[in-house]
Design a protein around this ligand. Sequence first.
Ligand SMILES: N[C@@H](CCC(=O)N[C@@H](CS)C(=O)NCC(=O)O)C(=O)O
Length: 213
Amino acid sequence: MAQYKLTYFNVKGVSEPIRYLFAYAGVEFEDERVEKDAWPKMKADKPFGQLPVLDTGDAFVLTQSVAIARYLGKKFNLSGKDDLHNAQLDALVDHMADLQSKLSKALLGSQTPAEIFARGSIPPPDTTEIAKFENELLPIFLQKFNAIAAEGFFYGSQATWADVYFAGWIDTLETRLKNEILGSYPNLTHIKRIIQETNTVQNYLEKRPFTTM
Ligand SMILES: N[C@@H](CCC(=O)N[C@@H](CS)C(=O)NCC(=O)O)C(=O)O
């Protein structure tokens, strides 16, 4: 039985980078995917009434996707080389998470996930906001991300949890935008390729369920 259990909805969302981390490290995990009808009954039992949660296998349940990813990065020896490097990686991943919440807002509007679940359908996306995100905001950040990956990976020549996180994050973004978005960013394309071509990640990608989000 796997030590770790990750619980999230049956989408990539904020959890795909965590699934990538398990796959990249070659560590088995239970990938529990909750269907939306089952969620209302489970919500009250979760520490903050939200997903994802990671059951670490030692009587502790961790929340917040970035905190979970950082924790696993440490466990899997994928942290930075010193405090400054770690702070740089933390800030970079926070930028990715901020961008993802902005995209979610454009896609889902101002309704909370709980309201969307209660309504049973996703409201029509705000196409003007999505176009602004994809054509104006995102390129500003991708250009900067690309520049700090000049040595092969973010802030250096060795892959860390931030590179693995990035590969899962860009996978989610491309799925949600229905578009490949790294064409003009060779350093970022390189990171995505190296991570996705790792054998254990390839195995995960082949086996994961197909989802549109
Ligand atoms: N910042 C949190 C966001 C957590 C969150 O908003 N989770 C949503 C799904 S992405 C959720 O649990 N929605 C169901 C609900 O609030 O009832 C993270 O990254 O983990």
